[in-house]
Design a protein around this ligand. Structure first.
Ligand SMILES: [Zn+2]
Ligand SMILES: [Zn+2]
Length: 338
């Protein structure tokens, strides 16, 4: 009996629009599960990968890495999930499980990271996908699938640095960029008890940023307002894609404070060494999170009622959705539904 083909949406070459694309289901490895995709969020990283921004995209490329669906088939060694379970998968679909980082439980830093994306061989803008079951996360039963989808990449990307950089003192956090990541960062930082300042280039986002739990709102172009906050912030989470005045931003960071870059900004990070040295500041990055943090994040979001703001679109409108993200029109995340 011929196996049913998977229907996905693929870019055939760099920068091209996605077109319907059929392919054979990959053979399941021993720990793999096959998942029928019901929902998949659209992340800016998908858009960059279509354009081969990272230089590792293999075409035909089926993007999509904020996936929720039902398990339909199990590899022989799968013990953690069963058929019919509703599970979620973020960017990481597998890891080598034996390098020093995997052994320490920091699988997101696995040496094989370039091959660990759920995009390989094909991602979530499809009828079905297969992943290592150890990266298939159970979704809390009363969480919507579309909300869960967005938490699996945007959510973990901001939750991890907010939880990993706790000083033990009351903390002032700046969230730079109020978009797909930033609107969740504000909610998580507020729920974790931090004093949150949203810093955005769009005056129109003020009311919503305050609604998400920000205590203050500052326009990123308002250098005077930023200068008044000299040495104020314990940490900025930098989630934006646009240009930023790094020197002014670093003036606002306290002694021993940090600027944590999450997501892949297109703009270079430029720093004057003076502030960095005199105030012992750090600029650092944060990449998704490990499996334990992912499960903690989902449970914390569910308990605290943290929900992404979403536009739902049918999977067939994927190109329209990509266009909205490119034009910075999505408020704040688009989830495609099969
Ligand atoms: Zn993502
Ligand atoms: Zn590894």
């Amino acid at each position: 009996m011929a196996t049913k083909k998977i229907t996905g949406y693929a870019a055939m070459a760099s920068g091209q629009k996605l077109t319907p694309f059929e392919y054979d289901p990959p053979e399941l490895k021993e720990h793999d599960v096959r998942v029928e995709v019901t929902h998949c969020g659209l992340c800016y990283t998908d858009v960059q990968a279509i354009d081969d921004y990272y230089g590792i995209t293999k075409f035909p490329f089926v993007p999509g890495h904020e996936i929720v669906g039902r398990v339909t088939e199990l590899g022989p060694a799968v013990t953690e999930v069963k058929k019919g379970d509703r599970i979620g998968i973020g960017w990481q679909g597998r890891s080598c499980m034996k390098c020093e980082w995997c052994v320490r439980g920091e699988e997101q830093l696995c040496k094989e990271v370039a091959h660990n994306g759920v995009w390989e061989p094909h991602g979530g803008f499809a009828s079905s996908i297969s992943v290592d079951s150890r990266f298939a996360h159970p979704i809390p039963s009363d969480m919507n699938s579309e909300d869960a989808a967005v938490l699996l990449c945007a959510g973990i990307s901001v939750y991890n640095p907010l939880r990993s950089n706790v000083t033990g003192q009351p903390m002032k956090i700046g969230v730079v960029g109020v978009g797909g990541l930033g609107h969740l960062a504000i909610q998580f930082a507020h729920a974790l008890g931090y004093e949150v300042t949203a810093i955005s280039s769009s005056p129109g986002k003020k009311e919503e940023a305050l609604g998400f739990g920000a205590d203050h709102f500052i326009l990123s172009s308002d250098r005077e307002a930023l200068r008044r906050l000299e040495l104020s912030f314990d940490m900025h989470l930098y989630t934006a894609h646009g240009e930023v005045d790094w020197t002014t931003l670093s003036l606002t960071v306290r002694n021993n404070g940090k600027i944590v870059v999450v997501g892949f900004s297109n703009v270079p990070v430029k720093f004057e060494p003076l502030e960095l040295v005199v105030h012992q500041q750090s600029i650092t990055g944060s990449f998704i999170g490990n499996r334990a943090m992912m499960r903690e994040m989902l449970s914390f979001a569910q308990q605290q009622g943290i929900r992404p703001k979403i536009e739902l679109m049918p999977m067939a409108k994927v190109n329209e959705a990509i266009q909205r993200v490119k034009e910075n029109m999505a408020r704040y995340r688009i989830v495609l539904v099969n």
